[in-house]
Design a protein around this ligand. Structure first.
Ligand SMILES: [Zn+2]
Length: 128
């Protein structure tokens, strides 16, 4: 399957997301970089170039997630799926506290740690 996403589909995905990252909710205008349309389920895992499988993402979230679908909780050896903007309610997984995107539970905290490989709160500061 081709990874090419037609321009009209890209615009439709951006419009659905209100030009915000669907993972961290950063507005594109505040980032001063072009956001990307990414596959929630990557092509290598059978994902398709469909409106339902595409998400609008900032470069940090997109590069952190890559083609991965999940990670492993520290010390528990339990595989967890990443937040899926089509299946999960953002407000049940994240909250914005004093301008920071904060995880509401351990699996989301682990996801953010995996995506950034560092102190994730540094990257998700400065907007609310
Ligand atoms: Zn983001």
């Amino acid at each position: 399957m081709s990874r090419y996403i037609p321009a009209d589909l890209r615009r439709k995905v951006a419009r659905r997301a209100n030009n915000k990252c669907e993972y961290c909710r950063l507005p594109e205008v505040a980032a001063m970089v072009k956001f990307q349309v990414e596959h929630i389920i990557s092509i290598k895992h059978g994902g398709k170039n469909t409106f339902e499988n595409l998400a609008y993402a900032c470069p940090i979230c997109n590069s952190g997630k890559g083609t991965d679908l999940g990670t492993i909780l520290d010390d528990d050896d339990i595989v967890i799926r990443f937040f899926n903007p089509r299946k999960h309610d953002w407000h049940e997984h994240f909250e914005i506290t004093e301008g920071l995107v904060m995880p509401k539970h351990l699996s989301v905290q682990q996801q953010l740690k995996f995506w950034t490989s560092t102190d994730w709160s540094v990257y998700w500061s400065g907007w609310s």
